[in-house]
Design a protein around this ligand. Structure first.
Ligand SMILES: Cc1cc2nc3c(=O)[nH]c(=O)nc-3n(C[C@H](O)[C@H](O)[C@H](O)COP(=O)(O)O)c2cc1C
Length: 297
């Protein structure tokens, strides 16, 4: 691969920046490491990728302990010093206008004050991988400061985290009977995920017949987690007497149902289908007269 291009592309990753603290015969130390992340919940494990010539790595391999201090947005000065100098050159943690220290609870390591997360880790694995060494630590104590915001690193520059993005959902006002039906199925889930078949004929859609017309909706169901949606839908439709051909490529409708003050988020994975003859428990329904059918096509 063209080296110049890969070097440029590498800069387009986006990370947080941690300050890795350690103790050992190289003295108390801190280095900056953008390649730091949690890799397991239980036990809680954090991985850091460190270059072989760093004093930090020597300390960690010697004492089998390290601290992960995730930098907050007001710590660019500390990060620049931690990442811009080696312990071989200067005792970075002694620079009084760069670091304020915090006492560790369980391990014999320094921690940095003012971070969004401070974790104390015991080394459980180290292995050379590519041109860095992966070190994995099991967290023995962790604290966070909810008032802090993380520092973001991208293209060699530091950024503040932006405002949250509300991902778009199409709003559909539905009648209270249909809302009750969906909210019962959702059973408190933040997003109700279902799969359905969209069978269109001119300006109508195939719906399941109901004594209550307000409850008539396309054939759909809640698939079992981890099971193939297409196969499950085919089986479900066959059971309800619908013999049809389903196109294999799905499309997604992210909807938010509204009824008075109530809301329910619903994701429909839909497959287009075609049918020759419809069984008596199904019927064609005009799309334009129904808000949900309009939203689904
Ligand atoms: C923002 C930033 C991120 C860095 N991320 C890493 C990293 O993930 N892994 C690494 O080995 N070095 C990384 N470095 C470089 C080290 O922090 C640097 O080599 C440091 O001087 C090592 O210090 P030490 O020799 O005292 O351990 C980063 C530097 C900066 C400024």
């Amino acid at each position: 691969m063209d080296r110049e291009i890969t070097e440029k592309s590498q800069r387009y990753f986006m990370t947080s920046v941690s300050m890795i603290t350690s103790n050992g015969s190289k003295g108390q130390n801190v280095m900056a490491a953008e390649w730091t992340m949690q890799i397991s919940y239980e036990p809680m494990l954090i991985a850091v990728f460190i270059h072989e010539s760093s004093s930090t790595l020597k300390n960690i391999l010697e004492t089998k302990q390290f601290g992960v201090n995730v930098a907050s947005e007001d710590q660019t000065n500390s990060v620049n010093i931690a990442g811009g100098y080696s312990r071989k050159e200067i005792a970075k943690l002694d620079i009084s206008n760069a670091f304020k220290l915090l006492k560790a609870k369980k391990l014999n390591i320094p921690l940095i004050r003012g971070c969004i997360i401070n974790a104390e880790c015991r080394l459980v694995l180290s292995k050379k991988i590519g041109d860095h060494v992966i070190i994995v630590g099991q967290v023995v104590y962790i604290r966070h400061d909810a008032s802090k915001k993380p520092l973001v690193y991208h293209r060699g520059k530091y950024f503040r985290i932006g405002s949250p993005i509300d991902s778009f959902r199409q709003e559909v006002k539905i009648n209270s009977d249909l809302f009750d039906l969906f909210s019962k199925c959702a059973n408190g889930k933040f997003v109700f995920k279902c799969v359905g078949a969209l069978i269109k004929s001119k300006n109508t859609l195939l719906v399941i017949r109901d004594t209550e017309p307000s409850l008539e909706i396309i054939p759909y169901f809640e698939p079992t987690r981890g099971h193939d949606y297409y196969d499950s839908l085919k089986r479900h439709l066959k059971k309800s007497g619908l013999l049809l051909t389903l196109k294999p490529k799905p499309f997604l409708k992210r909807l938010i149902f509204k009824n008075d003050q109530r809301i329910q988020r619903v994701n429909f994975i839909l497959f287009h289908g075609a049918i020759k003859k419809i069984p008596s428990n199904f019927k064609w329904k005009l799309i334009k007269q129904n808000s949900l059918l309009r939203a689904l096509i």
